[in-house]
Design a protein around this ligand. Structure first.
Ligand code: ADP
Ligand code: MG
Length: 236
């Protein structure tokens, strides 16, 4: 295989941070549990995408990460699979609230993320609930009550449910801001900050974004601790 430097060069990868582990250039190299590897091979994937290859070893070290990569580059499994492994390490009681929280800008994207979580997490017995606006709260509240390992939510609906005190985020220790640039464009910054106040400071925080403008840098510097940054392709 290629050296880490040659791999990064070939895929135009820039990494900023100290002691960055080398990329996983094959699924075998990830050391993922066999039930997760089976799902990935069942899906017909032949190798990790560049953002997965680069970010997985960093995320699995429980470090904060900023990943900048364009749409369609496989970012969802980039954060979901390490989230599954984080869940296995935690042994939390899902009735006490989710351990993994993913914030997403829209109902459509949140639903797609949930579909992927269900598909790839089923054999690991991981449960996932999706919270979004424009739909009745009843079924969403019932899903939370039943207990859920992962919550994928749009910021507005999650705040509504937090205000009703129908969910607790005190157990969240793996927080993902997906499409951070888009969430800020849509005016969700105050909502995001309100939600993050409910999440313990002792956590791992991951930020995924397609672009890297000043507003995104600012919220990253406020919410992440010593993140490693991975850029795929030209950023700015
Ligand atoms: P992004 O969030 O970066 O826009 P997605 O996570 O939605 O991208 O992934 C785009 C598509 O690529 C999805 O259909 C996903 O299932 C697929 N995909 C993810 N990882 C791989 C992989 N390693 N090999 C092939 N396809 C993949
Ligand atoms: Mg995505």
């Amino acid at each position: 295989g290629l050296s880490p430097e040659a791999y990064r060069c070939k895929h135009e990868i820039t990494v900023t941070g100290h002691d960055v582990p080398p990329p996983f250039t094959s699924f075998e190299a990830t050391g993922f549990p066999s039930e997760i590897l089976r799902e990935v091979l069942n899906a017909g994937f032949s190798a990790p995408t560049p953002i997965q290859a680069q970010s997985w070893p960093i995320t699995l070290q429980s470090r904060d990460i900023v990943a900048v990569a364009k749409t369609g580059s496989g970012k969802t499994l980039g954060y979901l699979i390490p989230g599954f492994i984080h869940l296995k390490r935690c042994h939390n009681n899902s009735q006490m609230g989710p351990t993994v929280l993913v914030l997403s800008p829209t109902r459509e994207l949140a639903t797609q993320i949930q579909d992927e979580a269900v598909k790839f997490g089923k054999s690991s017995r991981i449960s996932c609930t999706c919270l979004y606006g424009g739909a009745p709260k009843g079924p969403q509240l019932r899903d939370i009550e039943r207990g859920t390992d992962i919550v994928v939510a749009t910021p507005g609906r999650l705040n509504d449910i937090l205000e009703m005190r129908k969910i607790s985020l005190h157990q969240v220790s793996y927080l993902v801001l997906d499409e951070a640039d888009r969430m800020l464009d849509m005016g969700f910054e105050p909502q995001i900050r309100k939600i993050v106040k409910e999440v313990p400071a002792r956590r791992q925080t991951l930020m995924f974004t397609a672009t890297w403008p000043r507003e995104v840098r600012k919220i990253a510097s406020d919410l992440l601790v010593n993140p490693v940054q991975v850029n795929i392709g030209n950023v700015d």
